[in-house]
Design a protein around this ligand. Structure first.
Ligand SMILES: *Cc1c(COP(=O)(O)O)cnc(C)c1O
Length: 392
């Protein structure tokens, strides 16, 4: 295991956000060169990247392939949905936050029939309710779930959901955008049709493309499904396999950075080691913030090692914009909340960060509270009561 936390350039803040995130110096340096998009060197880079990504799911039988696609994560989610869901399909969307809702919205745009189970912000979808929904509606062909719902930080129980979908003979698509690379998605243990993630999350690259890892049979069957030329996953896959090239201008520098990031991921010890570092980051953060009076939105057992949502303190002297600025003065960029009901903010645990750094984040938060005259960061009783009721 070999992974170092780099000292940022003078004045460059650390991003405690779930992508773009703080990248390693080697990842940034990999971008200081130009590549021809059709040149053999770049085609080899694309091939190596696809192979290394596939290795992360443990596909021993060669049943899967990896298809990179230009754009931010949402573009690639849309490519996956539009390409892998036949026009006659009906999809069950499991939502518990903004990204699940975005999937349902995308299906509306695509004109694909769907129903949604919406669990609000605090709770995960569970196997029994998925089984019941599938048993009640034989028209449902596919299920889509978000692995780590980044809007709250909840880690959904992907294994039990995958087993329930598999047992019902339906197909599962996973938005593992913010989990892939840090949380295991072994295709031998978890049955799924496809997963999607992007360059700037747990592999710690820079933004610019995403990738779908799908069963080859699903990619074959996707011919003619897509609503869009640029987002046609089947076409991208075919052309890439035939020519080694992306169909349209690839984000060459981003791919180079991503390869450097993948090397660092491997040197660190792969998925398990990366997940362990993020979990340690979260544990130091949550313990420290609790000592200041902060409380997490989620019950401890659903907290992901990716990002943590904290309630805003009840103290009226607390104002998030000022808290944000004071944290930034200390070199930390935090993240506003993205919840539907309560006031909250988020702190990411992913990127080129370690537990020592998270301790500094806690110290910076303590100092920021002191400057605002907030003695305790305890949230409003109403927020705690609501959390207790919903978690019961
Ligand atoms: C980041 C993320 C996305 C994609 O967001 P973009 O802003 O388009 O990159 C999708 N789903 C989840 C769960 C995410 O965390």
């Amino acid at each position: 295991m070999d992974y170092t936390i780099d000292i940022p350039e003078m004045g460059e803040p650390r991003l405690l956000t779930p992508g773009p995130l703080t990248t390693a110096t080697a990842t940034k340096q990999a971008m200081l060169k130009d590549w021809g998009s059709w040149d053999g060197d770049f085609r080899q880079m694309t091939a190596r990247m696809r192979k290394n990504l596939l290795a992360l799911i443990g596909d021993r039988e060669g049943a899967f392939d990896c298809v990179p696609m230009q754009g931010s994560g949402t573009f690639v989610v849309e490519a996956m949905l539009g390409s892998l869901l036949p026009r006659t399909s009906k999809t069950l969307v499991l939502a518990n936050g903004a990204y699940g809702q975005r999937i349902a919205r995308t299906l509306t745009y695509l004109g694909r029939d769907h129903v949604t189970i919406d669990k609000g912000d605090y709770l995960p979808p569970r196997a029994d309710e998925v089984s019941a929904a599938l048993a009640a509606d034989s028209a449902i062909t596919h299920v889509v779930v978000v692995h780590c719902e980044t809007s709250s930080g909840i880690l959904n129980p992907i294994e039990e959901i995958a087993q329930a979908v598999h047992a019902a003979g339906r197909k599962l698509l996973i938005d593992s955008m913010s989990a892939f690379g840090a949380i295991d998605l072994d295709c031998n243990a978890i049955p799924y049709e496809a997963i999607v993630s992007s360059a700037n999350k747990c592999i710690e690259g820079v933004p610019g493309f995403g990738f779908v890892i799908a069963r080859k049979a699903a990619l074959e069957a996707a011919a003619g499904n897509a609503h869009s030329l640029s987002l046609d996953l089947h076409d991208q896959w075919q052309v890439m396999n035939e020519t080694g090239q992306w169909r349209f201008t690839p984000p060459t520098h981003v791919v180079a950075a991503f390869l450097a990031a993948l090397d660092l991921h491997e040197r660190e010890g792969g998925v398990a080691a990366r997940g362990a570092r993020y979990a340690a980051n979260r544990d130091v953060l949550v313990a420290g913030m609790r000592r200041l009076g902060f409380e997490t939105l989620l019950d401890a057992r659903w907290l992901s090692p990716i990002i943590v949502t904290f309630f805003n303190p009840a103290d009226t002297r607390f104002a998030f914009p000022r808290f944000y600025d004071l944290m930034k003065d200390k070199g930390f960029i935090i993240y506003p909340g993205k919840l539907t009901v309560v006031d909250s903010f988020r702190i990411g645990c992913i990127g080129n960060l370690d537990a020592a750094l998270m301790q500094q984040v806690v110290t910076a938060a303590a100092e920021a509270l002191r400057k605002m005259g907030v003695d305790s960061a305890r949230p409003p009783e109403k927020a705690l009561r609501e959390r207790a009721i919903l978690a019961a």
